[in-house]
Write a protein that binds this ligand. Structure first.
Ligand SMILES: CC(C)(COP(=O)(O)OP(=O)(O)OC[C@H]1O[C@@H](n2cnc3c(N)ncnc32)[C@H](O)[C@@H]1OP(=O)(O)O)[C@@H](O)C(=O)NCCC(=O)NCCS
Length: 223
């Protein structure tokens, strides 16, 4: 961690953090597609589609084409999901970072820098779930630029959020991450976060086995 420095977001970091967020999400498209293709439920679905196509078209070639179209649809679905997520983030909380994260009480946005370059980021915000408000802070927007990964930067950023929440008297830090964000899952679990919930964003997502994990870190018990 020696050459890195974590500080509060400044307006000059705006473009860099938006770019890091966008790259960090879009890179999960191949892993997401691979996940969809590997799920046994989806093998059955693919077989069912193939058999139905064969019964209707009575052609092996066309039936393979229909099954291949299903695979392409899985790819497009993951791409669309990532694009929609980035678009929503950039036009909502990340549009005015100062207003969303720096002005409200007990919220913050940090960047990790290497020299003058912004190479990572994380934020703390009040959770959307009203039952968690006042009790927990949510860790959001964790991302580290590719060439600076594997050096403990995200662990340091996560601990920054935990310390911030603890100093302000919160009992928990909560967060959500997708089923293919393997590095993030490893970081959070290594620090002491526990999986508390699995959620499917839609019926189609459930069919394709695309889901989100929700994690909780209990400050009071573990410190
Ligand atoms: C998740 C992310 C922030 C981690 O950043 P980082 O600075 O490289 O993290 P660290 O160096 O602190 O730790 C990385 C850990 O993940 C592990 N890891 C890396 N790639 C992995 C993979 N594909 N599968 C499992 N673990 C992996 C590393 O081995 C390391 O664990 P270890 O220290 O126990 O060996 C970074 O990969 C990233 O920005 N990803 C894209 C955006 C994203 O997924 N953000 C999470 C939003 S919830």
């Amino acid at each position: 961690m020696g050459e890195y420095h974590i500080r509060t977001f400044e307006d000059r970091d705006y473009e860099a953090v938006r770019t890091i967020l966008s790259h960090g999400i879009h890179e999960h498209v191949p892993a997401g597609c691979w996940h969809i293709l590997r799920c046994p439920q989806n093998h059955l679905l693919l077989l069912a589609i193939f058999l139905m196509a064969y019964m209707i078209l009575a052609s092996l070639l066309f039936s393979c084409g229909v099954a291949a179209a299903f695979v392409v649809m899985g790819w497009m679905y993951m791409k669309g999901l990532c694009a929609a997520y980035v678009q929503a983030a950039l036009t909502r909380d990340m549009l005015d970072i100062r207003k969303t994260y720096l002005e409200p009480k007990d919220c913050c946005f940090w960047v990790a820098t290497s020299g003058e370059e912004v190479v990572g980021m994380v934020a703390a915000i009040h959770p959307e779930d009203p039952s968690q408000r006042g009790k927990a802070l949510e860790l959001k927007r964790m991302s580290v630029a590719k060439q600076h990964r594997g050096r403990g930067l995200s662990k340091a950023l996560t601990r920054t959020v935990i310390c911030f929440a603890q100093e302000r008297g919160y009992q928990e830090v909560v967060l959500g991450t997708s089923m293919v964000q393997y590095a993030a899952q490893r970081v959070y679990e290594g620090i002491g976060f526990h999986k508390v919930k699995v959620e499917y964003p839609s019926l189609l997502a459930k069919l394709l086995q695309v889901y989100f994990y929700y994690y909780r870190y209990e400050i009071a018990r573990s410190r």
